[in-house]
Design a protein around this ligand. Structure first.
Ligand code: SF4
Length: 426
């Protein structure tokens, strides 16, 4: 079966209270019948000819008329029937009522059951109980449809996954076990920040669900959406300062956890770079010069730029995300103690990051007397990994007393020369 996915813009979920989901906090979009029908039309106009199944993913319930107005929904079912397409849609049980317009259509309704006991459903703040789910499942089956149940793995409270799977299989035609990953503005995200809960890596998730791997009715979803720590506005505190609080702040720590346990760099060569006062870093003079040299030598895009700062190890692609674009560590306020602490913390972060990423080559472009260089040297030493500073030590000795040595032509000439010689491509 060839399926095609439609990510439908459908605005705010009218329930919106589940502890891991931010779809109730979507603002600024009203799902009018003109808008939704026009999105359906565009989708059907462009659909691949060999498609058999349409999977619709929205931000709530397909059967909620505030999200998918009835007129749009009828257009959708008409088009599916006309084109002989099966449909998979999602809904809360409370919106599963009159399914007359689905008659004659091969359809499946996916329901976010999450956990199969009433106390657990209350903890998740689902706003329904098993009896509501069973009523909806019966309505769907009576209308000739199939039921697909989503269950969450690794909920932040005691629950019996075996029991949930057994229950879901009894009432559904298929079950999807989903790795719980929180949206930013949710209680589970806050639990992560507070150290009260942590996500499962893809490997940990696979282990947690492996006993169902031979069951044809059970599917697995390790990453339901592109998981990146996204801090909502109300959590975005001022992180300007120097000291332990600004070195091991929980916001920095969850990012390092994410970068080591979830993120996978897709390049074979790392180039560790200094941070900059100007944010995002790529807008600073130092980084603009570095980027210019990377472009000139065709290393740009092939080499992975990774910054080192008190906020942690920061791959270039995340530099404009909070808190990396918002902290401010004034070097003039550093004490010898905090410098030492910086070296220790950064060394550990680099070790964890490098162990997780498995680059083939490690380079840097750092001042030899910087704490970041010392941390990198210590980390690579302890890991037994070779690395090279693309700024020659002799050059640095000559320029180190200049106002901005990393912006000097001599430093950039070293970077340019070594990039050319090493031909950074993967
Ligand atoms: S999980 Fe579903 S019901 Fe709960 S808030 Fe999100 S979209 Fe709404």
């Amino acid at each position: 079966m060839n399926s095609q996915m439609l990510i439908l813009k459908s605005g705010r979920c009218s329930w919106g209270r589940c502890i891991f989901c931010g779809y109730g906090r979507i603002s600024g979009y009203a799902a009018t019948s003109e808008r939704v029908t026009s999105d359906f039309k565009k989708f059907f106009d462009e659909i691949d000819k060999d498609t058999d199944v349409v999977k619709v993913f929205g931000s709530g319930s397909f059967f909620d008329e505030r999200q998918v107005p009835l007129e749009s929904r009828r257009y959708f079912t008409r088009e599916c029937k006309k084109k002989n397409l099966a449909a998979i849609i999602e809904s809360r049980p409370d919106f599963v009522k009159d399914l007359g317009d689905f008659s004659g259509l091969d359809f499946t309704v996916a329901i976010g059951l999450e956990v199969a006991d009433d106390a657990g459903l209350d903890e998740v703040k689902k706003g329904f109980h098993l009896a509501d789910f069973e009523r909806a499942a019966k309505t769907i089956h009576e209308a000739g449809g199939k039921v697909r149940s989503y269950l969450l793995v690794n909920l932040p409270f005691e629950n019996d996954l075996d029991k949930s799977v057994e229950y879901a299989l009894k009432h559904s035609d298929s079950v999807v076990l989903i790795n719980l990953l929180p949206h930013g503005n949710t209680p589970v995200f806050r639990d992560w920040l507070n150290g009260e809960w942590n996500f499962l890596t893809k490997e940990e998730f696979a282990k947690a669900v492996e006993k169902w791997s031979g069951n044809p009715s059970v599917e697995f979803d390790a990453e339901t959406f592109r998981f990146v720590p996204k801090f909502p506005k109300e959590l975005q505190n001022d992180l300007a300062g120097v000291g332990e609080e600004y070195l091991t702040h929980p916001y920095f720590e969850v990012w390092q956890d994410y970068l080591c346990r979830w993120y996978k760099a897709d390049k074979g060569t790392a180039l560790f770079l200094p941070c900059a006062h100007h944010k995002p870093y790529s807008q600073s003079r130092t980084h603009q010069n570095i980027i210019r040299v990377l472009r000139e030598t065709r290393a740009f895009g092939k080499i992975h730029e990774v910054m080192l700062s008190n906020a942690g190890v920061i791959p270039r692609e995340f530099e404009d995300m909070y808190p990396f674009n918002a902290y401010d560590w004034d070097e003039r306020l550093e004490t010898p103690e905090i410098k030492n602490r910086y070296i220790g913390v950064t060394k550990k972060r680099i070790m964890n990051y490098l162990a997780a990423q498995k680059y083939k080559r490690v380079y840097c472009f750092l001042k030899y007397d910087s704490e970041s260089y010392k941390a990198l040297e210590a980390a690579c030493g302890e890991l037994g990994i070779g690395f090279e500073n693309l700024l020659a030590r002799e050059t640095y000795e000559k320029i180190k007393n200049e106002k901005s040595p990393m912006q000097s032509e001599a430093a950039l000439e070293d970077l340019r020369g070594r990039l050319m010689e090493t031909a950074m491509g993967d």
